[in-house]
Design a protein. Structure first.
Lengths: 194, 194
């Protein structure tokens, strides 16, 4: 294994940890097994992360940052706020497929962890998504696209809750069929517009 | 522990298993610990259930049956299909709170299990919920309440996905606030009506 510079090593360790947590569960994965799979010693891993928990926090933050970047790009050349919502929602199946290991880790932690630090970083993640969608809804109000009594926070959470449910079913049981996804998106936006 | 008749013993064992699976996880719970907590020997447990997996199947089936019974009662004296959807959705927070252990077990299994039998009983569960909501939507079409292009299956899945997301957040992170729940229900139904 060639020697990597610090930022690349950190990124590699996050990638390896994501894969192992997704495959064997957070609890069943040790820092020793992550170090081994990454081809480094445990002391080298500990130069980058204080603990396994610290790796989990890094995974979620990397995922949040990537999500925000993808979505900002997706809506950058879409003027109509209703179309912005559709553009992001229609890309969710591919987004979740691409980040499937990270979503396994996130939802595994959400459904099993009692840890305050884990909860803290999950809240950060959902806060960012809430803020992103709230902004689109507020823009939609200004432009007269959405009904005035549509509450931005509730609208944001309508999308977040549906997205969590979609990921839970698609990643673990059966892929929710594309026509169903498209119908659901259409219904959500219809409930928002004037 | 007094001797129970077979159906009561079975019910008691399901209740104890639900509590232990919810608290310690399915994998970390043994049939020995379930028998001990129920005050019986393991051979007595095995008279009622072939395996731990068999207990999981019984938990999900009991939960599905209870859900269907509750919801049928809820809509029995509501004529308008849009109001039926609202009545069921508005009762979801109390429903999930009441069955919180069972939902922990169900979503824990959904996010971690690779087992075919587990997947089979989860599919059964969602199929029943899909069928319940589809029927309400079809009634709504007949009565001219819902827009004709509203797809019943997609409408059912819109509710199922939102419900899974709601339970995941409320049971594990922070309770989704009641005004948000009410706004989301209002938005969903607005997207369905003519």
């Amino acid at each position: 294994m060639p020697r990597l510079k610090a930022p690349q090593r950190r990124e590699q360790l996050i990638a390896v940890a994501t894969r192992l947590f997704a495959r064997h569960g957070y609890d069943a994965t040790t820092t020793a097994s992550i170090a081994e799979a990454a081809g480094v010693t445990e002391p080298i891993l500990y130069r980058h992360f204080k603990s396994k928990q610290d790796m989990f926090v890094a995974i979620v933050r990397a995922m949040s940052a990537q999500t925000m970047q993808e979505w900002e790009e997706l809506i950058s050349d879409v003027g109509d706020p209703a179309e912005r919502i559709k553009a992001v929602a229609q890309a969710v199946p591919a987004h979740i497929k691409r980040l499937s290991d990270a979503y396994h880790v996130l939802h595994g932690a959400l459904s099993t962890s009692q840890d305050k630090k884990v909860h803290g970083v999950l809240r950060e993640h959902y806060d960012q998504i809430e803020e992103f969608f709230c902004k689109v809804v507020v823009d939609g109000h200004k432009m007269g696209v959405f009904r005035p009594d549509l509450d931005p926070k509730s609208a944001a959470w309508q999308l977040i809750l549906s997205g969590i449910g979609y990921a839970m079913i698609t990643l673990n049981l059966d892929e929710v069929e594309r026509p169903v996804v498209d119908h659901v998106i259409e219904s959500i936006v219809r409930g928002w517009v004037k």
